[in-house]
Design a protein around this ligand. Structure first.
Ligand SMILES: Cc1cc2nc3c(=O)[nH]c(=O)nc-3n(C[C@H](O)[C@H](O)[C@H](O)COP(=O)(O)O)c2cc1C
Length: 365
C-alpha cells in the first residue's frame, strides 16, 4: 500500500486519496449533490452545530458498540448505505465492499444499481446483507429482483422513496456522466444496458431513471411490496413525521431517515434535524436509522442520542474502496469505529443504550 494510504487517519484523508485515484467522471458522480448542494452541506453542518454534554467518573475501560437491528445482532452501528456503481472505484467493486462489512460484523446494503450481480454480493456478504430496491416500471422485473434478493440471503429490503426522478446533479449533467463500457447495471436483465449517450444528453443515469424507473409509486405500492416478500421493509428517504406515520400504517418495519446524501431535493432538511420529529412520531413502534454526512465518531454519538439505532454511510465506503479496495473499506470502518469508541469513553457512555437525548446540549441563546 502506498505511504499516503498507510498514513490516512480520518475519513477526510481517505476522501482526498479517492479523489486522487478516481477519474473526473467517477469523482463527480460520487461527490456531487443536487443544484446548489445546500442539503449536501447542511447534512454536515447539522452535526457540527450540535454540542455534547459529557459525563465523567464513569468506568469506561471497556465500551460496547453491539446493537440489534431488525433482529440482526451487529458488532457496531456503522453500516453501509446503498450506493450505485462501486465498479467506478475498484475492479472488485461491490464484492470488496461487501466482504469488508461482513468481516466487520455490521450491514452492507446493496444498491439495485450495482455493477456486480446480487447473488455474488450475497455470497461475499456471508448471506447477511440488505437489498435496496428501486421499483422499475416493469413490475415483473421488480418482483424478480426481490425474489433474487431473498434467495441470496438478504435480511431486509430498503425501498427508496425519495427518487421518483433523479435530482439535478449539475456536474453530472454538465459533463455527461456515463458508465464506462466495461460496466453495466448488472441486476436488471434487459435493463442492464445504460443506453447510448449522445453528446447533447446530460447524465446517462438520470436518463436511465426517467426511462425505466417508476415515478408513479404511492403508499399502495408499499403494500404491494409487502404482499410479494416476507422480508422486513424499511422505507428509505423519509424526512417528516407525517410520512413516517404513513409508513407505519402501510406495514413498514423500519424508517430510514435520508435525503439521499443531498442528491435529490436541494434545500431538503438535513437528516439530523429531521430525526427527532420522526423518532417522536414512530420511534416506539419502528426502528429508525439515519444516513447523510456521518463522518466522525461524534456524529454517530449525536444521531444515536437522538434516537437512531444505527447510522449508514454512503460516500465514505466509496472513498475507502477507491483508496485501497477491500482494505480501504476496512480501514474506513476501523478508523470510524475507533473514533466512536473514544467518543463514547470521553462522554462517559459504556453502551449504545446509554446514548440518550440528555447527551445533547440545548442552547438557551
Ligand atoms: C454515489 C452515490 C450513489 C448512490 N446510489 C444510491 C442508490 O443506488 N440507491 C439509494 O437508495 N441511494 C443511493 N445513494 C444515497 C445513499 O444511499 C445515502 O442516502 C447517502 O449517500 C448518504 O449520505 P453520505 O454519502 O453523506 O453518507 C447514493 C449516494 C451516492 C453518494
Amino acid at each position: 500500500m502506498p505511504e499516503a494510504f498507510e498514513q490516512a487517519i480520518n475519513l477526510q484523508d481517505l476522501e482526498l486519496l479517492a479523489q486522487h485515484n478516481l477519474d473526473q467522471n467517477a469523482w463527480e458522480y460520487y461527490s456531487s449533490g443536487a443544484d446548489d448542494q445546500i442539503t449536501l452541506s447542511e447534512n454536515r453542518l447539522a452535526f457540527a452545530r450540535l454540542k455534547l454534554r459529557p459525563r465523567f467518573l464513569v468506568d469506561v475501560s471497556r465500551v460496547d458498540t453491539r446493537v440489534s437491528l431488525l433482529g440482526l445482532n451487529l458488532s457496531s452501528p456503522i453500516c453501509a448505505a446503498p450506493t450505485a456503481f462501486h465498479g467506478l472505484a475498484h475492479g472488485e467493486a461491490e464484492l470488496a465492499s461487501a466482504r469488508a462489512f461482513q468481516k466487520f460484523g455490521s450491514i452492507f446494503t446493496l444498491s439495485t444499481l450495482s455493477n456486480t450481480p446480487l447473488e455474488g454480493v450475497g455470497q461475499a456478504a456471508g448471506h447477511h446483507f440488505w437489498f435496496q430496491l428501486y421499483v422499475y416500471k416493469d413490475r415483473e422485473l421488480t418482483k424478480a429482483l426481490v425474489q433474487r434478493a431473498e434467495q441470496s440471503g438478504a435480511k431486509a429490503l430498503a425501498l427508496t422513496v425519495d427518487a421518483p426522478y433523479f435530482g439535478h446533479r449539475e456536474l453530472n449533467e454538465r459533463h455527461h456522466f456515463q458508465l464506462p463500457s466495461h460496466l453495466s447495471v448488472s441486476n436488471s436483465g434487459a435493463a442492464n444496458d445504460m443506453g447510448s449517450q449522445d453528446a447533447n444528453q446530460g447524465s446517462q443515469l438520470a436518463a436511465y431513471a426517467r426511462r425505466l424507473l417508476n415515478s408513479r409509486l404511492t403508499w399502495a405500492d408499499l403494500e404491494w411490496l409487502r404482499s410479494i416478500t416476507h422480508l422486513p421493509i424499511l422505507v428509505k428517504g423519509i424526512l417528516t413525521a407525517e410520512d413516517a406515520v404513513l409508513a407505519l400504517e402501510h406495514g413498514a418495519s423500519g424508517i430510514w431517515v435520508s435525503n439521499h446524501g443531498g442528491r435529490q431535493l436541494d434545500s431538503a432538511v438535513s437528516t439530523l434535524e429531521a430525526l427527532p420529529e420522526i423518532v417522536q412520531a414512530v420511534g416506539d413502534q419502528l426502528e429508525v436509522v439515519l444516513d447523510g454526512g456521518v463522518r466522525r465518531g461524534t456524529d454517530i454519538l449525536k444521531a444515536l442520542a437522538l434516537g437512531a439505532r444505527a447510522v449508514f454511510l454512503g460516500r465514505p465506503v466509496l472513498w475507502g474502496l477507491a483508496a485501497g479496495g477491500e482494505a480501504g473499506v476496512t480501514k474506513m470502518l476501523n478508523v470510524l469505529q475507533t473514533e466512536l469508541e473514544l467518543a463514547m469513553a470521553l462522554s462517559g457512555k459504556v453502551t449504545l443504550a446509554d446514548l440518550k437525548p440528555d447527551l445533547i446540549f440545548r442552547s438557551i441563546f
